[in-house]
Design a protein around this ligand. Structure first.
Ligand SMILES: [Zn+2]
Length: 221
């Protein structure tokens, strides 16, 4: 179990937490997902739109889209303010873990993820998506320039903070880009990372852990 700034199942090994504590946390997360500890592949996000197919442990972890069609393999996207989300086409047997912050929305990482799944046999109208918690627009102040860049890629992401300053709505941006790619079965955890003490927030705390979303293929009957 991690301590101090990482008290709630931190899954990231790049944020200064004790490596052994992170290993234990990842093992607990893997057990919760129903995969072996060594079969949980945790993403190292790079704020891009590259997709990587994971077939087993040791495969590339860098990039913002990790896909698998291998039963028993788990993929995880970590975040603390950005949106971690999962996409699944159960019929095609393809699942993805994706990470998108404002740069990800500006680059249509969600669209790239759907495209990568389609390349593996998925159909957008069969894909179900779940968005993990992110910073809410009311708390996510950005520069006018960043808001302009993001809303050029996803108009629905244009937002203002509670104080009336420029902001970005990451969930709205990802939903808009998923819809454009043909994915409309979307559920979301709408808690705000900044306002929820049990979630990690880089905005709120600076030095902090990462929560995440974990995904694997459903068991075949
Ligand atoms: Zn908020």
């Amino acid at each position: 179990m991690s301590g101090d700034a990482y008290t709630s199942l931190n899954l990231a090994d790049h944020v200064g937490d004790d490596p052994e504590a992170v290993r234990v946390n990842r093992a607990r997360a893997a057990a919760g997902l129903g995969v072996a500890e060594t079969d949980l592949v945790v993403m190292r996000a790079t704020h891009g739109r590259d997709a990587h197919l994971v077939a087993g442990p040791g495969d590339p972890e860098s990039g913002d889209i990790l896909l698998t069609r291998t039963p028993g393999i788990g993929v995880a996207a970590l975040a603390a303010d950005c949106v971690p989300f999962a996409l699944l086409d159960p019929d095609a047997g393809v699942v993805a873990a994706v990470h998108a912050g404002w740069r990800g929305v500006a680059q249509d990482t969600a669209g790239a993820a759907v495209e990568a799944m389609v390349g593996l046999g998925a159909r957008p109208d069969r894909i179900v998506a779940h968005l993990g918690p992110a910073v809410c627009p009311g708390c996510y102040e950005v520069s006018e320039e960043v808001r302009g860049e993001v809303s050029a890629a996803a108009p629905e992401a244009w937002a203002v903070t509670g104080r009336g300053t420029p902001a970005v709505d990451l969930h709205a941006g990802v939903r808009c880009q998923l819809a454009r790619a043909g994915v409309t079965a979307v559920t979301a955890d709408t808690r705000c990372c900044v306002e929820s003490a049990d979630l990690y927030s880089f905005r709120r705390d600076g030095v902090t852990g990462r929560h995440g979303i974990l995904a694997r293929l459903p068991e075949r009957p």
